[in-house]
Write a protein that binds this ligand. Structure first.
Ligand SMILES: Nc1ncnc2c1ncn2[C@@H]1O[C@H](COP(=O)(O)OP(=O)(O)OP(=O)(O)O)[C@@H](O)[C@H]1O
Ligand SMILES: [Mg+2]
Length: 414
C-alpha cells in the first residue's frame, strides 16, 4: 500500500493569509481551535460537541478505536467535511465554509497513492505546478523539501521503485513543500511494518521539532501516540475523554476507559469505605493515593492497577509467617508465566474467578513456576478507583475495540 499527501494549500498566498488573519482573532499562526464541533451524517453523530485548543508547534495526537470520529475531525480541519455545528479556527482564521485549498493546512493520508506515472520530484512539485510557480523556484523548493526527508537522491525514481517507508517520506515532502502552518496526518504509518514504523516515528518527531509546524496526528496505536505526542486527545464515541500529556494520561487516567485503553489494567471489584482512598475488596484492603469525584462511602467501585505496578514474590514458609499484613497485598497462585522479550508476564489466580496480571523486567523478575504460592503487592500511588458501572462499560468497549480492529483502508468495489 502506498502513502501520500494531498495538497490543500496552493492558492493561499502570503498576502491572502495576512489579510485573512488580520480580520481574525489574535490567536497565533499554527494554532487550531475547535469549539463545540459536532458532525452528523444523517441521524448518526460521528463527532459529538468537541472542543479542542491545539497550540502552535504542538504535536497533538487524536487516539481512539475504530469509528470514534478521528478521521471525521481531521477532515473537518482540512475542509473535506463541514461541521453540522460549532466553530473551527486555524491560525485565528474562521475556516468553516472555506474550501480545502484555501486553508493553511496540508494533509497526509495513508490511503491516497502518489501519482505512479510521475517521478518523485514531479510528485513533490505537483502543488506548486498547479499554482503556476516559476520553474526555478519549483526546482529549489522541491530540492529543499526532498532534503528534509533525506530523499534527494531518489528524485528521478517512480513511486513503484520505492519501499513503503520511502514513499511515505515522499508523501511528507509533498505535504511540506508549502510549509503549511498545520500538518494533518491520518494514520500515516499504518501501512508500514513494525520496525520501519518505529524508525519513521522518530524521524517524524525530529522533523516536526525542527520545522516547528503544528502536527495533528491520528492513530489508533497507543504506543505511537505515547512516544511521539506533546499531548494526546483520547477519543471515544465522538467525544474527547481526556486531553493531556503522555505521563498524565498514563499515571492519572481521568476515566476507567482511558485507564484501560492506554496500556493494560487489572480491574478488582470492591466497595469504597468512609476513607474515600480505601476500598474493601474480597481479596483484601486496597488503598489509593487518590479518589474519584463520583465515588462516596458504600458505593461499588473497581480498582485499576497496571500489570507493571504489581510486584510478585514467592511465599516461603518462613517468609509468610513474618510478613506483616498491609494494604495492597494479595496472595495467589501462579497460573502461567510467559516470556515477552524484555519482560516476564505472570498470570496469578487470586480467587475462584479472579486473576491478576503482573509484568516485570526480566533481570529483576523472580523465577516462578506454575502452581507456586505468591504474594502480589503494589504502591498506593498506582491504584485508581472508578465507579463500578463506568469500569464495566469501559472494559466492554475496550474489548469490542480490540476484537474489531480498524478495517483495512483499501476500498472494495462490488
Ligand atoms: N461520509 C460518511 N457518511 C456516513 N457516516 C460516516 C461517514 N464518514 C464517517 N462516518 C461514520 O462516522 C463515524 C466516525 O468515523 P471516522 O472515520 O471518523 O472514524 P475513525 O475514528 O477515523 O475510525 P478508523 O480508526 O476506523 O479510521 C463512524 O461511525 C463512521 O461510520
Ligand atoms: Mg480513520
Amino acid at each position: 500500500m502506498t502513502v501520500s499527501a494531498q495538497n490543500t494549500t496552493p492558492a493561499a498566498s502570503a498576502a491572502e493569509n495576512a489579510s485573512a488573519n488580520a480580520a481574525a482573532t489574535s490567536e497565533p499562526d499554527g494554532s487550531v481551535v475547535l469549539e463545540g464541533v459536532t458532525k452528523k451524517f444523517g441521524g448518526a453523530v460521528a463527532v459529538d460537541n468537541i472542543s479542542l485548543h491545539v497550540r502552535p508547534g504542538e504535536f497533538l495526537s487524536l487516539l481512539g478505536p475504530s469509528g470514534c470520529g478521528k478521521t471525521t475531525t481531521l477532515r473537518m480541519l482540512a475542509g473535506f467535511e463541514e461541521p453540522t455545528s460549532g466553530s473551527i479556527r486555524i491560525s485565528g482564521q474562521d475556516v468553516v465554509g472555506i474550501p480545502p485549498h484555501k486553508r493553511n493546512v496540508n494533509t497526509v493520508f495513508q490511503a491516497y497513492a502518489l501519482f505512479p506515472h510521475m517521478s518523485v520530484a514531479e510528485n513533490v512539485a505537483y502543488g506548486l505546478r498547479q499554482k503556476g510557480t516559476p520553474k526555478s523556484e519549483i526546482r529549489e523548493r522541491v530540492t529543499e523539501s526532498l532534503d528534509l526527508v533525506q530523499m534527494r537522491s531518489f528524485a528521478d525514481r517512480k513511486p513503484t521503485q520505492l519501499s513503503g517507508g520511502q514513499q511515505q517520506r515522499i508523501a511528507l515532502a509533498r505535504a511540506l513543500i508549502n510549509r503549511p502552518a498545520v500538518l494533518l496526518l491520518d494514520e500515516p504509518l499504518g501501512a508500514l511494518d513494525r520496525q520501519l514504523r518505529e524508525e519513521m516515528q522518530i524521524e517524524l518527531k525530529l522533523l516536526q521539532s525542527r520545522l516547528g509546524i503544528t502536527f495533528i496526528f491520528v492513530t489508533h496505536d497507543q504506543g505511537e501516540a505515547l512516544s511521539m505526542s506533546d499531548r494526546i486527545a483520547i477519543m471515544r464515541k465522538g467525544r474527547i475523554e481526556q486531553l493531556d500529556d503522555a505521563d498524565s494520561i498514563y499515571d492519572s487516567p481521568a476515566s476507567a476507559y482511558v485507564a484501560g485503553f492506554i496500556g493494560q489494567q487489572n480491574f478488582l471489584p470492591g466497595m469504597i469505605t468512609n476513607d474515600l482512598q480505601v476500598m474493601e475488596s474480597p481479596f483484601g484492603v486496597l488503598r489509593s493515593t487518590s479518589t474519584h469525584p463520583e465515588l462516596e462511602a458504600g458505593v461499588d467501585a473497581q480498582a485499576a492497577v497496571r500489570p507493571e505496578a504489581v510486584t510478585v514474590s514467592a511465599i516461603t514458609d518462613t517468609g509468610a509467617a513474618t510478613t506483616p499484613t498491609a494494604d495492597n497485598r494479595i496472595s495467589g497462585k501462579v497460573l502461567g508465566v510467559s516470556h515477552q522479550g524484555e519482560t516476564l508476564q505472570f498470570l496469578i489466580s487470586i480467587g475462584d474467578s479472579q486473576t491478576l496480571m503482573s509484568r516485570l523486567p526480566r533481570p529483576s523478575a523472580p523465577r516462578l513456576a506454575v502452581g507456586d504460592a505468591v504474594m502480589c503487592t503494589w504502591d498506593a500511588a498506582s491504584v485508581h478507583f472508578f465507579p463500578s458501572e463506568q469500569a464495566t462499560q469501559a472494559q466492554a468497549d475496550i474489548a469490542r475495540a480490540v476484537s474489531h480492529p480498524a478495517p483495512p483502508t483499501s476500498s472494495i468495489s462490488l
